[in-house]
Each structure stands twice: as C-alpha cells, then as structure tokens.
Design a protein around this ligand. Structure first.
Ligand code: PGA
Length: 246
C-alpha cells in the first residue's frame, strides 16, 4: 500500500481530486467506483472546480457507487443517489444513465443485488475505486464480520454506523437500519483503490489498517493489505502516532 500523508482535509481533498483527474484524463472511458459520506465531499468539490476551470470531461466515464440505504426514497436528500447527484453528477458533464447506484427501494432486494453485481461485471469492472473507512473499519457498508468472499448484498447496519450517520438526519431513529452494499470481493476486484482518510475519529481505524497484526474479517479494511494497488491519502489528524514510510 502506498501512503501519502497530507496536512488536513482540504489538502486530502485536493490531492485525491488530482489523483482522480489524472486517471480520467489518461482514460476518458474509465469506470470509477465512488463513495458517499463526509470524507469525499471535498474531493468531489475539487473535481467540479476542475471541470469548470479546466474542462476535464466525464462524458464517457461510467460510475458505480458502493452502497445505498434500503427503504429511503431516491429523492430523499439523504439517499446516496441524491448525495451523488447534488455533490457531483449535477455539476459535471457525466451521462446520468452511466451513473449506477444500487436501488434500495426494489421489492426484490436480492434480485437488485445480483443485477447490480452483474451490471458491474458486464461493464468490465471498476478501474479506480474511491473508498472511505468507517471508524469500525467498515468499507462500503461491509461491517465487521462480513465475509471476504461477499458480493453485492443486503446488510444490517452496525449501531456505531447508525450513530455516525445520524448527523445527516434529524434523529437517529430516522437513519435506515439496512443498506445494499458492494461486497468485499466486489471491492477487491477493482483494479485500483484510492482510500481517503481524515480526522481524529478515524485514527484508530487507520492505525489498525496500517499497523494492525492481522488481516481479519473482524476488521474489514484489513483486506486491503491483500490488494496489489492501494493508495491511501490520510491527513495529520488521522495519522498521529502511525508509523509508515512517508
Ligand atoms: P464518512 O464515512 O466519510 O462519513 O466518515 C466513511 C465511511 O463510513 O466509510
């Protein structure tokens, strides 16, 4: 794993955006795996600014998002479809039909999971997956204990995840308790992974990822150590006390 240490959230966002822009410019037909949450907002803001200023085009880019809540209407501002539209897709020249987010409102959720996985595979897989990390080590919504063999599936969110995400809702009761997420294997099949990490509340998770002893399903992000091409951009608040060769 290659690690890049940066000063703060702003610099992380800038560096991550530069990384993505370079890939898009090198391969205008790239398939990006995208994440939601507080971490990538600044990265997306930088992508938009660059699109407006330098004209980087997303016309031929395809995207697959990691996850989506179950039972939240797509037009709800907290749905991940809304998040992506509002924070990125509405502001760049991407073809919306090529932006894929699991649909958590299908009656047959298992069929939706299978079809999401199949669409991704038929498309040739993800070239560059952008990832955040949960303070409990989750990637996507793959909570501790998720099988490393998992493909796109339905999950019950961990209490710590519901609590962490309640900041986006009026109350904790409003946070959905289930989600559809790409599985660990789905994520590991990406050709390349860019993990962005910011803030003191991610320090323990980053420490365990980089300095922890074992690769274990009880800490899902540890699987990334088995991936041949991972770049981590982490800020100072997240990296205090961590020993890594930067
Ligand atoms: P956050 O979430 O970016 O909102 O901190 C990251 C995650 O849970 O994967």
């Amino acid at each position: 794993m290659k690690t890049i240490k940066v000063k703060d959230y702003e610099e992380m966002s800038q560096k991550a955006a530069e990384y993505i822009i370079k890939k898009v410019r090198n391969n205008p037909k790239i398939t990006l795996g995208l994440a939601t949450g507080g971490t990538p907002v600044g990265t997306y803001r930088n992508l938009i600014e660059d699109h407006e200023k330098n004209g980087t085009s997303y016309k031929h880019v395809t995207t697959f998002n990691l996850d989506e809540y179950v039972g939240l209407p797509q037009e709800n501002p907290q749905s991940y479809r809304s998040f992506m539209d509002n924070n990125l897709f509405n502001h760049i020249d991407i073809n919306k039909t090529e932006t894929h987010v699991p649909n958590g409102n299908k009656e047959t959720l298992h069929t939706e999971c299978k079809s999401y996985e199949k669409t991704l595979i038929d498309h040739g897989g993800v070239d560059l997956q952008v990832l955040g990390i949960g303070s409990n080590g989750h990637i996507g919504f793959n909570e501790p204990g998720t099988s490393f063999e998992s493909k796109t599936h339905i999950v019950d969110l961990a209490p710590s995840t519901i609590e962490a995400n309640s900041r986006f809702f009026e109350s904790e009761q409003e946070v959905p308790t289930q989600a559809i997420t790409m599985g660990i294997q789905t994520i590991m099949n990406s050709r390349e992974i860019l993990l962005i990490v910011s803030g003191e509340n991610k320090r323990d998770a980053l420490f365990q990822l980089l300095n922890g002893e074992e690769v274990t399903e009880s800490f899902p992000a540890s699987v990334l150590r088995n991936h041949p091409c991972v770049t981590i951009i982490a800020d100072e608040a997240a990296s205090a006390n961590i020993k890594y060769g930067i």
